[in-house]
Design a protein around this ligand. Structure first.
Ligand code: MLT
Length: 391
């Protein structure tokens, strides 16, 4: 028996597991401590009412032989894909049913997509970056190059200075909260088409865009020959505990005459039996008029929290990014303080949990991330606690 040697090249543990462990240890040592968690981007608002009602009804469907659904992939049901198609059409993007692949999460898909690409490909990721893109490619043994995003380029990823076959882009970005405009996305699409590279575009946070920016890479001419897009109901509709997402693979995307869409379909058909019927009904309901209104209200709530954090930090003299088109607020620590140093200070002295920027890559050193996914009251309190200590 041998093990995948690439796993030896991984960091010992996953960033959010490290943070969770530190917080648990702190709470065990300080049982009365009132800890406010603005670390991992997990939602706190309940599911939209429309989804709850649709899921209750779907449970009843499962109770009757006439409406029961077995393997969703074999049941010939496509109502969720159709709702997604209608949603893209509102932004002028035309998709076919078989270009949409439902899944349990953008985390899984952005990692699993590597199955269909050669391990000799060079992968470019932004630095700082959502750790899943890096770790899954380390597991596959691929060479990874970093695209430094920093205060000088306003955390907008620069085009690679060397060859890259696969590029992960995330906009609005996790962790920095910055979002790319149409001109920036067009530059990436043109670069990818010119180099025969593929863009893996993570749009998990598109619902948070407020400034009229593109919400999909497919709004950019030329993207259908070079891009795959990942989307999720997790942050959009509070599905982190339900699990539902989708990946769009256009049929024009080819590699050496082979359809990437067909390969991803083959991979999914082999390793995945589809999203549960009840979950799909809950996700479908987010596209109804009531569902949309409820989703918008939840997003507005989180954006308001992000605005509270952003304004609070700015008033304390921090340089801040994000929080406008994103639930994430990214800021530079002051006085040369390190990311983990600030993490420890905030946890130990004011009991606020954030995410150290250095956990997202070398360019995150000296930065810190807070999320708008808490409750409004606790978010406001966290900002006041930070003000009391760092103001
Ligand atoms: C984060 O905090 O970056 C996210 O919650 C991670 C995720 O979505 O998997």
């Amino acid at each position: 028996m041998t093990l995948n040697p690439n796993f030896q090249a991984l960091k010992a543990s996953y960033l959010f597991a490290d943070i969770g462990k530190k917080v648990r240890e702190y709470q065990a040592a300080n049982p009365g401590a009132d800890v406010i968690r603005l670390g991992i981007g997990d939602v706190t608002r309940p599911l939209p009412r429309a989804s709850i009602e649709a899921m209750h009804k779907a449970v009843d469907d499962m109770a009757r032989a006439e409406t029961f659904v077995g393997y969703p992939t074999d049941a010939g049901i496509h109502f969720l894909e159709d709702a997604v198609i209608a949603d893209y059409a509102l932004r002028g993007v035309a998709l076919a049913q078989d270009e949409i692949f439902l899944s349990d999460g953008a985390k899984s898909d952005t990692g699993n997509i590597g199955d269909i690409f050669g391990t000799d490909n060079v992968v470019a990721v932004c630095d700082p970056v959502y750790p899943v893109y890096v770790d899954t490619n380390v597991m596959a043994g691929r060479k990874i190059i970093l695209l430094p995003c920093n205060a000088e380029n306003d955390f907008a990823p620069p085009l690679p200075g060397e060859h890259a076959d696969i590029v992960y882009l995330c906009s609005p970005n996790n962790p920095t909260g910055t979002a790319m405009d149409a001109a920036q996305l067009k530059a990436w699409v043109d670069w990818a088409n010119a180099h025969g590279s593929v863009l893996l575009y993570d749009g998990a946070y598109e619902a948070f865009i407020t400034e009229g920016l593109p919400r999909s890479i497919f709004e950019i001419p030329g993207a259908r020959t070079c891009a795959i897009e990942f989307r999720s109901f997790s942050k959009t509709a509070g599905f982190t505990g339900v699990r539902c997402a989708y990946t769009v693979v256009p049929k024009e995307l080819q590699c050496g005459g082979v359809s990437v869409n067909a390969l991803w379909g083959r991979r999914q058909a082999t390793k995945f039996n589809g999203v549960s019927y009840i979950t799909q009904r809950g996700a479908e309901a987010t596209f109804t008029p009531e569902g949309r209104a409820q989703v918008r209200a939840n997003i507005a709530y989180y954006l308001n929290n992000a605005g509270t954090i952003r304004a609070g930090l700015q008033s304390l003299g921090f340089r801040v990014w994000g929080g406008v088109n994103s639930p994430y607020v990214w800021f530079a620590a002051k006085h040369g303080m390190g990311s983990w140093e600030l993490f420890d200070l905030l946890l130990n002295e004011v009991q606020v949990v954030g995410t150290p920027g250095s956990g997202f890559g070398p360019a995150g050193k000296g930065y810190f991330r807070l999320t708008g996914f808490g409750t409004a009251e606790r978010t406001a309190e966290a900002v006041e606690r930070i003000r009391g200590r760092l103001g």
